[in-house]
Design a binder for this molecule. Structure first.
Ligand code: SF4
Ligand code: SF4
Length: 469
């Protein structure tokens, strides 16, 4: 059908200067933009009190292979959380696309957010759409040089600060900034900042919607993820065109009654929906793959409808089925599947985080030789005990064994041992046992680490085996 067909349109050779618009979706986009910028730029500067380790709230410490996220410290061997988070993000993207089309592109994607911010800078310096178009056509002079130069300078500063901020997540921010500007930072910091500085300037300032149209792969395959029940910004073709098409509100076509009488639709052909579109398309020509579904054309048309006193929604978030049959089916096998995958990955993350072992340990049985027969006839096995204190607090432990009769644990002169925050201790232990004819060849035993100091009160039990013969 005409409204929802995906079309490939001729790309624009001219610069797009979208008009500013007010409305629900513009306000929502602005709130998301301010929040995203606040989080991105402020977080690396947020201090966080920890007994040991970094005093930065968020720090991805690659040299120590630890991620500090407020009170959570993720170690390199727990990086599967990242995989779970990525899976969750992917399923959320599929879920939101199935229900609301490219809602991610329209409101949350970095490219959209940064392009929006760069456009705001451009508008602040050069003025709104009409002034910018006039400036484009104007020959080069002082005004054009100052306005264009000022815009690019502000973009460069913004792009540089974006790049540098990214790097601040990987080192102690106040120190890194000092080191960076005194030439003492590591090369990786300069390279990463430079790469992000250049890409931000290019994609946010110069390429803008071209990135969505030609670079981003999501635009290409999103059409297979939406169906007739997906809500997308849609032009109500029947209402807008009537039987005789759209028409300007000339004298005899001012009121709804006059228009209906003449078979003319509600679209007054003002072009505002096209002027506000950040990718420069006309949604009245049907759904196009360039559309990032930002909803600004909805705001624009609602403004016109409000001015005329007509019902809003000539352009609205609507599904193809909603438009044709008046009913949209949200609950389908596919959305249930995505929903279940989201719940499953959230549950996995919650259980992993809540069950995170703050003191982690392992037992490695020394197998060369498997066992030794002592002069008194007892059998001796040797073990390597490894404990990792992942907490921020000092801990102290005693060690004992359980499950083995007529056996003794020999830890040398060690009766108890300290474990500093984030320290890994490796201890050697010997276990000797009088082996009787009733004993099995391999006997289960348990090493018990009992905390005597520190935050953790729970003993740590680690299973192993005693090789008797
Ligand atoms: S057509 Fe509407 S929803 Fe799509 S990008 Fe343009 S303004 Fe945004
Ligand atoms: S804003 Fe609404 S009335 Fe104006 S051209 Fe677009 S669809 Fe028609």
């Amino acid at each position: 059908m005409q409204n929802t067909q995906t079309k490939v349109v001729t790309q624009h050779a001219v610069t797009i200067h979208p008009r500013s618009v007010k409305g629900r979706f513009r306000s929502f986009k602005s709130i998301v933009l301010v929040l995203a910028y606040a989080v991105y730029f402020i977080l690396p500067w947020l201090p966080w009190s920890r007994p040991v380790g970094s005093s930065q709230a968020i720090l991805f410490d690659l040299s120590e292979q630890k991620f500090y996220i407020f009170d959570l410290v993720v170690h390199a061997n727990e990086i599967f959380w990242l995989a779970a988070l990525l899976f969750l993000a992917a399923v959320l993207l599929f879920f939101s696309t199935a229900l609301l089309g490219r809602v991610f592109c329209g409101y949350f994607c970095f490219q959209t957010l940064w392009t929006d911010a760069f456009r705001w800078i451009e508008k602040t310096i050069q003025g709104d759409r009409v002034k910018r178009i006039r400036l484009d056509k104007q020959s080069w002079g002082v005004e054009k040089i100052l306005k264009r130069g000022g815009t690019h300078l502000a973009w460069l500063v913004m792009a540089f600060w974006t790049g540098l901020t990214f790097v601040l997540y990987y080192a102690y921010a106040p120190q890194l900034v000092v080191d960076f500007f005194t030439g003492q930072a590591v090369n990786a910091a300069y390279i990463a900042t430079f790469v992000l500085f250049v890409t931000t300037y290019l994609t946010g300032g110069l390429m803008r919607e071209k990135v969505c149209q030609h670079v981003c792969p999501y635009a290409r395959f999103q059409s297979v993820m939406i169906d007739k029940d997906t809500l997308v910004p849609t032009y109500d073709y029947k209402r807008g065109e009537g039987s005789e098409g759209r028409a300007k509100p000339i004298k005899v076509l001012k009121s709804l009654e006059q228009r209906q009488e003449k078979g003319v639709g509600d679209c007054v052909d003002c072009g505002l929906c096209v002027q506000v579109c950040p990718v420069g398309i006309d949604i009245r020509e049907g759904m196009q793959y360039d559309c990032i579904q930002c909803g600004l054309c909805v705001d624009a048309c609602d403004t016109i409808m409000d001015v005329r006193g007509w019902d809003r929604g000539l352009i609205r978030y609507e599904s193809e089925n909603g438009l044709d049959k008046g009913k949209t089916h949200f609950f389908k096998l596919r959305t249930y599947g995505y929903g279940l995958a989201i719940i499953g990955s959230l549950l996995f993350l919650f259980l992993s985080l809540s069950g995170q072992k703050m003191i982690d340990g392992s037992i490695h049985q020394v197998r060369s030789p498997l066992y030794v027969r002592l002069s008194d006839g007892r059998i001796q096995n040797r073990y390597e005990l490894k404990l990792h204190n992942k907490t921020m607090y000092q801990a102290k432990f005693t060690v004992a064994i359980d499950g083995l009769e007529n056996a003794e644990l020999d830890m040398g002169r060690i009766e108890s041992f300290d474990l500093k925050p984030d320290e890994i201790q490796v201890l050697m232990a010997k276990v000797r046992k009088v082996v009787s004819a009733d004993d099995k060849d391999n006997i289960d035993l348990q090493f018990i680490f009992t905390p005597t100091e520190g935050k953790s009160k729970e003993p740590i039990m680690l299973n192993s085996q005693f090789i008797a013969r």
